[in-house]
Design a protein around this ligand. Structure first.
Ligand SMILES: Cc1ncc(COP(=O)(O)O)c(C=O)c1O
Length: 345
């Protein structure tokens, strides 16, 4: 077979739920010389990325590192390391990613219960409290910014209840990290994962995670081996700590990209980045209303970094999105699951 033509992707303006636009600085970092995964210069970059990740996650956790793989790898990392077969896990479900958490937890052999809310609304803290009162859960998990609906889940009450119950709190910050406070230490989050391709402005490919000492202790005391060799933190930690024991070949170029993306976030300043997302979101809503378009989520729980808009009655949404591609090189996202055809993101 002869070689296919050279890949020639268009330059799109990425206004959808992710991947988000990537800074030229990050693209340039991807083209830096590839060195070995145990090269002293690469090890320095790893240490710096860990330090910057702690800042962005707002934590002093020792364990903060980018897993190889996209956000879903971060989700699996949290579940496979913390959950052993038969463990009770509670998951908040109000969109695609809560649903995915349930699937992943079940594949770990967990007994999973859910607290559900209609897609496009937030989880009710009281329902969480009621569920936590019925059983001793090992892990309670929620999505901070539900990308499928545009809801930013208020975390304070739920975090307090989970802490009081003695369960470990797991939070998905794939879409929120860098775009809104995630307050890992303040909220007492034990396991938190994210992705590089949203508010960090990096291509998809790594999944930053952080674990509290309490969670690390739970992993240490496991009776069974972590069911995924690739995502086993007890081994990966030995590569990211001073031991530097090879586990798998780190995706060198993606690590350069994340390093540069984190530098950009911290140069701007976290608070300023959060404010920027909030201001742009408010402007977007104001301008959208002038076009007689309506936000799909109530104001108090709208995620500023993922705007969902109701598709007006009678409008052929796929046609509109195709036209944006064809005529303007703009990407936006469709509604998912029950919101398909009803919202755009
Ligand atoms: C909230 C949330 N969690 C998890 C994921 C999964 O991440 P990925 O698609 O990078 O594997 C996404 C992806 O968009 C997401 O938005």
């Amino acid at each position: 077979m002869s070689a296919a033509p050279k890949a020639n992707p268009p330059i799109r303006t990425l206004l959808g739920p992710g991947p988000s636009p990537v800074s030229p600085r990050v693209l340039a970092a991807l083209a830096l010389p590839v060195v070995g995964h145990l090269d002293p210069k690469f090890l320095e970059i790893m240490d710096q990325s860990m330090a910057m990740l702690r800042e962005v996650f707002q934590t002093k956790n020792r364990l903060a590192l980018p897993m190889s793989g996209t956000g879903s790898a971060g989700m699996e990392t949290c579940f496979v390391n913390l959950v052993e077969p038969g463990d009770a896990v509670l998951v908040g479900v109000n969109g695609v990613f809560g649903t995915r958490m349930v699937d992943v937890a079940q594949r770990c052999g967990a007994q999973v219960d859910t607290v559900e809310a209609e897609w496009g609304t937030a989880l009710d803290a009281q329902k969480f409290k009621d569920a936590l009162g019925k059983k001793q859960y090992k892990v309670a998990a929620v999505v901070h910014a539900e990308t499928s609906t545009g809801v930013l889940q208020p975390l304070d009450d739920i975090a307090e209840m989970v802490r009081e119950s003695g369960a470990l709190l797991m939070v998905d910050t794939v879409t929120s990290l860098g775009g809104a406070p995630v307050r890992v230490d303040e909220l007492g989050i034990d396991a938190c994962y994210s992705g590089t391709q949203k508010c960090l402005g990096c291509p998809p490919g790594l999944s930053p995670v952080t674990f509290s000492e309490r969670a690390v202790e739970v992993i240490r005391k496991r009776k069974t081996k972590v069911q995924s060799w690739y995502l086993d933190l007890s081994m990966i930690e030995k590569y990211w700590s001073s031991e530097r024991i090879y586990h798998h070949t780190a995706p060198i170029s993606m690590n350069y990209a994340l390093h540069e993306a984190l530098r950009i976030v911290l140069e701007e300043g976290l608070e300023k980045a959060w404010q920027r997302h909030r201001q742009v979101h408010e402007t977007f809503v104001r301008e959208m209303r002038k076009l007689e378009l309506e936000p799909a989520v109530a104001e108090s729980i709208r995620a500023p970094m993922i705007n969902t808009v109701k598709v007006p009655e009678g409008v052929d949404d796929p046609k509109v999105r195709q036209r944006l591609y064809d005529d303007f090189d703009i990407e936006i996202g469709a509604g998912l699951g029950p919101l398909k055809g009803k919202t755009r993101r």
